[in-house]
Design a protein around this ligand. Sequence first.
Ligand SMILES: [Zn+2]
Length: 223
Amino acid sequence: MNKKIAACGTRKDRLYHLDMAPMSDIAAVASLQLWHERLGHVNVAGVKRMIKNKDVDGLKSNYMVVKDICEPCMYGNAAKTPMPSAGGVRVTRRLQLVHSDLGGPMSEPACGEALYFGTFTHDFSRRTDVVFLHKKSNLLVKYKKCLTRAQLHTGNKIKVLRSDKGGEYVSSAFKALHDEKGTTHQTTVPDTPQQNAGGCHQDGGLHQEPRLQPCASRRKDAS
Ligand SMILES: [Zn+2]
């Protein structure tokens, strides 16, 4: 016997239901569950309909049974409770809440040999400023520049800066700046994307290298 799979089975209680098919018709041994998984956990009724109507060449199954509980579907359908936006208060004006994150080191230096980058995402407008840094400790200087520019531009003050508990954000210099400017620093709980940049804004998190334009920002029309 060579190592080709000729049949696959599905366990139901203590029995394996073995799906047999001729080698020439190997696609048919796939169960409905397997097709559901192969097609990225799409709606089972839709897969059944496609098989029944022969909508797709090669999409056939001789075992039209699915698991009672499909784990990936179960996790995918579980809803997470949204986190409050700014200390439980809905954001209604510019600079009321700014999310910040620090990333790097990057595999390739960017924008004048910078290995790190910081972002400032304005919750209200979704504008993101990206700054490139030679070292992490330069974040404070860049933040001051962004803050000054944004405050001048909007006439508002940054009320809440939200970040993780990374060393740069909790430094005494950063704390002193918050005290001086009257800004509240909120820290996020690890692995809660709902708290970071208002949810799904920064897809993949910022521990990846930025895909934004260097030293630029998205949505230049607002901040
Ligand atoms: Zn599924």
